[in-house]
Design a protein around this ligand. Sequence first.
Ligand code: TEU
Ligand code: CA
Length: 541
Amino acid sequence: MWWKNSVVYQIYPRSFKDSNGDGIGDLQGIISKLDYLAYLGIDVIWLCPVYQSQNEDNGYDISDYKNIHYEYGTMKDIEMLIEEASKREIKIMMDIVANHTSSEHEWFKEARKNKNSPYHDYYIFKENKGSVPSDLQSIFLDSAWEYNQQTNEYYLHMFAKGQPDLNWHHKPVRDSIFDILQFWVDKGIKGFRFDVIDLIAKEINEGIIGDGPKLHEYIKEMTKNVLSKADLITVGETWGATVEKAKLFSNKDGSEFSMIFNFEHILLDQQPNKEKWDLLPLDLIKLKEVFKAQQQGLYNEGWNSLFWNNHDLPRIVSRWGNDKKYHKESAKMLATLLHFMQGTPYIYQGEEIGMTNMKFESIDDYKDIETLNLIKTRKKLGYSIEDILKSVDAKGRDNSRTPYQWNDKKYAGFSDVNPWILVNNNYVNINLEKQIGDQSSILEYYRKLIYYRRHSVYRDIIEKADFNLLYENHSEVFAYERTYKNQKLIVLCNFYDQKVFIDDKITYEKVLITNQKDVLLENGINLRPYEAIVLIASDQQ
Ligand code: TEU
Ligand code: CA
């Protein structure tokens, strides 16, 4: 399974690189940066949706799965991207949104016209009995039901009302999705990321939204019909996943996905049963427990994806690192922690240069539909603007959607004109050009991490070794060791901005990588703020 040594790079096309001066990133922009991605060393690009879309949710509301959104380019451009990437041994993973379409998709336009349309059963409609069918809330806030006058019914939308949910229990829906997948496989793409895939098998009458009883049956059907026939990397986005569920989704017999995104670690600083917007300080002990459960749980049973960031999450360096005084150290420490675990790492654009969260000055500068809905809802509930913005600044999705910072020229080299969303002012200091070739930079550090996993003599141990926590109850240090054959890899990370000392002596042969100039391990373990060390040792038994 080739993807066990892969490193995936996630591109949010709207904010990656504008090639034609309209302030919006596009496919030709990506093509112009393929040499950079080859230099970085990644081998898979996860391309967020570029299909024809109403763009209410930046491409996650698709109106035609077999066409490209005009702002991003044409079918020719994506064919060129696939080809140019392949010349550089980079594969393209498409983002498939199969839980819902846009309300402007032909299927829905037909479906809503009359109950007898062959497309009516493609969606989930409920008769109007004088009030909304249930008090179900959409993930983007407010009711999940929208009235449809033409048929005097309500339709279900778990996200925005422009994103009606598909009815996967209807066989033609599944066949239509499989047909779309085949279309892209035939174009030469080598993987898929499945948006909110754990929601597809909902049983609305039983009140079941996630993990419907037929979920795995449908995924198996999809794999059997399309996915398994091509040698693909596949990853399901599953916000409700646990280790036990991950075992099923990524099960060894290959009947489902290569892996899923399990968000258990990311959800740790959210208050149970509280809104996801109000974050708690991180509990490191719990973080260690979660990773241990994932690493040990899927060992020989499935496969992990390793990620801190994506286009829905605030930047990790601002969240659990320190994006001011210890910007470099903490960005590298967080990368180290993840990249020596078992699984396939995902790097979200800009993470590799330490891009940070964004502080928007004006409420009018936010673009994300989820954020805008939150502002509206909380205003109605009487929250103060300051309070609302505090939550948005900590958790809002626009934090990670600002333009890629290529250099210190105007608009950070992203575009020649004012971009669709503001550029983070720190681009003058944090940009790619400044980091290329600078051996102390975050970028060059990421390059080494990628190299170790993909090409070095440590490739096997990184891919195959087991996982054990060290100093499990230590509240500031995250340390683990991995053993494979006679070799041992030891990772020591100080998660905070204070020095720590552990009275223990480690014997080792070699320092593989560290984010400091030297290591202080002679008289016990001394770790400076956010220090990260990776050691190679023999397993003396
Ligand atoms: O995200 C699923 C999802 O649940 C997110 O909306 C998440 O809960 C939230 O953004 C966290 O703040 C996927 C896509 O990744 C996201 O961009 C889409 O908006 C969403 O599905 C709908 O397609
Ligand atoms: Ca453009």
